[in-house]
Design a protein around this ligand. Structure first.
Ligand code: NDP
Length: 256
């Protein structure tokens, strides 16, 4: 592949039917990668697969609830058979949230957020490691959040899952460098997707977000997928273990 191309590479993007994952699937495929994706809703996945086929993008996929351990094992088996035991790119995108004051969280809330956001990403890394190593040139990108970088009113469990991702980005970068696998994390601030549209529709909420953002607006999914794609390219070959915020300047805004 050329330095700014993903030609000849294979990729797994979790949660590709909406939002950031959807933009990442299209960005990687447009840059030449062959992509596999998954989500929980079959009809939505089939609609996406049909659309991508029409656009000439090479994307396949299957249903998987990533919060369920056995389904993760099954997913990686499918990916392995489709890509002949080799995978260049893993994008850990699936994530969810429940926003509550800390003392109001139930045991069920805790385990739902933990298993969807962190257990899934961690276990998929374990399962995908042999495939990434076999490719000879592997790259993992976590879709984290600025909630794992600074304290924001996202809910504390969500923040902990994203901070955990940002930490293992550093550890795995060191542990798997010998296998020629790079690991980086992308941490967005508010991006217009189905996860947060209900919040951004409230004028007070939107205004308070925008007022803290130097670029004076929220972001688009394509403004995240561009960085994700860059991190997977040959031109990013010396970048590993990094946590990069895509936030319109929010995390560097002390008091302007
Ligand atoms: P969306 O909710 O818009 O999209 C999530 C995607 O993941 C959908 O395709 C959904 O499909 C799939 N998905 C969700 N849960 C599961 C599951 N258990 N198993 C398999 N697939 C699943 O979210 P975003 O695009 O906004 O978020 C993507 C990532 O970006 C998340 O990790 C989020 O934390 C992070 N992020 C988002 C920000 C934002 O402002 N939007 C800011 C910072 C970080 P289906 O429901 O059919 O399963």
């Amino acid at each position: 592949a050329g330095r700014w191309s993903l030609e000849g590479m294979t990729a797994l993007v979790t949660g590709g039917t909406r939002g950031i994952g959807n933009a990442v699937v299209e960005e990687l495929a447009e840059l030449g990668a062959v992509v596999y994706t998954c989500s929980r809703k079959e009809s939505e996945l089939n609609d996406c697969l049909k659309k991508w086929e029409g656009l000439g993008l090479r994307v396949s996929g299957s249903i998987c609830d990533l919060s369920v351990r056995e389904q993760r094992v099954d997913l990686i088996q499918k990916v392995s058979s489709v890509f002949d035991g080799k995978l260049n790119i893993l994008i850990n995108n699936v994530g969810t949230n429940i926003r509550k004051p800390t003392v109001d969280y139930s045991e069920e809330d805790y385990s739902f957020i933990m298993k969807t956001n962190f257990d899934a990403a961690f276990h998929i890394c374990q399962l995908a490691h042999p495939l990434l190593k076999a490719s000879g040139n592997g790259s993992i990108v976590f879709i984290s959040s600025v909630a794992g970088v600074v304290a924001i009113s996202s809910g504390v469990i969500y923040a902990a899952t994203k901070a955990a991702m940002n930490q293992i980005t550093k550890n795995l970068a060191c542990e798997w460098a010998k296998d020629n696998i790079r690991i980086n994390s992308v941490s967005p601030w508010y991006i217009k997707t189905s996860l947060v549209n209900h919040l951004l529709e409230k004028e007070n909420f939107l205004n308070s977000v925008v007022s803290r953002t130097p670029l004076n607006r929220v972001g688009e999914a394509e403004e995240v997928s561009s960085l994700v794609a860059f991190l997977c390219m040959p031109c990013a070959s010396y970048i590993t273990g990094q946590i990069i915020s895509v936030d319109g300047g929010m995390t560097v805004n002390g008091f302007y």
